[in-house]
Design a binder for this molecule. Structure first.
Ligand code: ATP
Ligand code: MG
Length: 254
């Protein structure tokens, strides 16, 4: 379970996250949606202890991120927006390195499990190559493998599907569905509204650091009276494209 309790983050005078509260329950996938710069990654980074909240707090499986961050971190697997991977290791070495960090005993059982995960995500064949040779999608898949290794109860996925091919995206979807069925708590962000619609039990739409709408697809439809698709709901709450400015620009294009 994740309980976000009045989280606020200021960068100097700028309020990136503003008194944000929401809860993600076990067995639930919660999608955080919002325009670029609305505070999704900042919120996730606070949950992970990578940024210190200016105000408020959050609890992860009951552990308060202010004073029990080590315990909270143990519960979480995280795929960051921009995976930072050791370029001079192979995928296989990195997976083993992460396994060592989590003190998973070395041996055939661990190797089989890593093998299984890497194969599932179609990166087994590249696992003896250096990470520096990986494509964007391969790096993200490697980052996901690393997040899953210790079988965390809570997953924080910052645009995990970005750059992943359709087969990979379908695999990720099935994995997340399976983990949800086993009671995992999953917080994810995405800009692909179709993914949010298909995968998330509840959606929170944030704009300028504040929650502007929250609920299941059915709830959101009710809140945004008359709007049918998630795209329409999203645009009505966060603002659509400026058609006049676009027309002006296109008129100037020779
Ligand atoms: N370390 C930082 N220092 C100063 N400002 C920051 C820092 N990190 C984030 N911000 C600002 O906080 C705001 C929220 O950023 P954040 O990365 O959380 O947005 P986001 O919702 O994840 O956007 P995106 O969809 O583009 O990933 C932005 O205005 C950003 O410029
Ligand atoms: Mg982000």
């Amino acid at each position: 379970m994740i309980e976000v309790l009045g989280l606020k983050k200021m960068f100097n005078e700028f309020i990136a996250v503003d008194n944000l509260s929401f809860q993600v329950n076990p067995g639930e996938i919660y999608g955080l949606l919002g325009p670029n710069g609305s505070g999704k990654s900042t919120t996730m980074r606070m949950l992970l202890g990578l940024l210190k909240p200016t105000e408020g707090t959050a609890k992860v499986m009951g552990f308060d991120i202010r004073d029990e961050i080590v315990e909270a971190k143990r519960m979480m697997g995280y795929v960051p927006e921009e995976p930072v991977l050791p370029q001079r290791l192979t995928g296989w070495e990195y997976a083993n390195y992460v396994s060592d960090i989590w003190r998973i005993p070395r041996g055939p059982e661990r190797e089989e499990e890593l093998d299984e995960l890497l194969t599932l995500l179609d990166i087994k064949d590249a696992s003896d190559d250096l990470i520096e040779t990986y494509s964007k999608g391969m790096s993200r898949k490697t980052s996901l493998v690393a997040a899953l290794i210790h079988q965390p109860k809570v997953l924080i996925l910052d645009e995990v599907q970005a750059g992943i091919d359709p087969r990979g995206a379908a695999t990720v979807k099935e994995i997340l569905n399976g983990l949800r069925a086993k009671g995992a708590t999953i917080l994810m962000s995405t800009h692909v509204l179709e993914i949010a619609e298909q995968l998330c039990d509840r959606i929170g739409i944030i704009n300028e650091g504040r929650m502007v709408a929250e609920g299941s697809m059915a709830d959101l439809r009710l809140q945004a009276k008359g709007e049918k698709s998630l795209e329409e709901i999203f645009l009505s709450l966060t603002g659509g494209p400026d058609m006049q400015k676009i027309a002006e620009y296109l008129g100037d294009v020779k």
